[in-house]
Design a binder for this molecule. Structure first.
Ligand code: PGA
Length: 259
């Protein structure tokens, strides 16, 4: 049984003061989230402030990326142990914006997944096809390449401590989400690959989130899809009421699945 996981990716939004206000509103609105795990990924500059607000409560802290080395001459970068020290337990790896804007390669992302695992962080490896790739029938080819490269050299134990996010690039920030059937198909394909790369048992435990224009209005039908284990939420995680509504819907779907 995979408990639903909802991750809010705040991207490059918010001053420390705004992050404090948002984290406080989410914390207070979700006093005891049951049957669902919740993670907030603020910008680096707000991690310490948000960590303080979340304290030892049930909402967890994550970062949006990390460097693959533990320290060194890498101006502007942030190392996994620095994130762990601030209380992060999660880190996004290979978000499509970083693949595209920063040019992060599958090889570097593989190093980042390994580095996150080595420092006790759970990596959320993001994969997804562009609109052109989908039009050309290359959806599975693309996500398979990203998954195999991202998890190369990682054994079943490491894969078991990883989460995936399927985020079709054409759905991110566009308001056009993948349909539950489109996402379910991709998730099923990814889970099949996980069976091959780790084992059937491990594949059944790894959470595969859907991301791309998740909103309160579509969260429940997406998360109700059996292969979809939660959501990676961008835009809709920036306002507490909408994000709380998504978490509540995920919790309801998770509870219904258990009955
Ligand atoms: P979105 O972003 O929810 O704004 O589409 C999702 C993401 O980029 O993780």
């Amino acid at each position: 049984m995979r408990a639903p996981l909802v991750v809010g990716n705040w991207k490059m939004h918010g001053t420390v003061a705004e992050a404090r206000a948002l984290a406080t509103a989410i914390r207070d609105g979700l006093k005891r989230p049951r049957g669902v795990e919740v993670v907030l990924c603020p910008p680096f500059t707000a991690l310490a402030a948000v960590a303080e607000i979340l304290g030892a409560g049930p909402i967890q802290l994550g970062a949006q990326t990390c460097h693959h080395e533990a320290q060194g001459a890498h101006t502007g970068e942030i190392a996994p142990p620095m994130l762990a020290e601030l209380g992060c337990r999660w880190v996004l790896v290979g978000h499509s914006e970083r693949r595209k804007e920063i040019g992060e390669s599958d090889e570097v992302l593989n190093l980042k997944v390994k580095a996150a695992l080595a420092h006790g962080l759970t990596p959320v490896l993001c994969v997804g096809e562009t609109a052109a790739e989908r039009r050309q029938g290359l959806t599975f080819t693309t996500v398979e390449g990203q998954l195999r490269a991202g998890l190369a050299g990682i054994g079943p134990d490491g894969i078991a401590r990883t989460a995936l996010a399927y985020e079709p690039v054409w759905a991110i920030g566009t308001g056009v989400n993948a349909t539950p059937a489109q996402a379910g198909e991709a998730h099923g394909y990814l889970r099949g690959l996980l069976s091959e790369l780790a084992s059937k048992e491990v594949a059944q435990t790894v959470r595969i989130l859907y991301g791309g224009s998740v909103k309160p209005e579509n969260a429940d039908t997406l998360i109700a899809e059996p292969e979809i284990d939660g959501a990676l939420v961008g835009g809709a995680s920036l306002a507490a009421p909408g994000f709380i509504a998504i978490v509540r819907k995920a919790a309801r779907v998770g509870a219904a699945a258990k009955e």
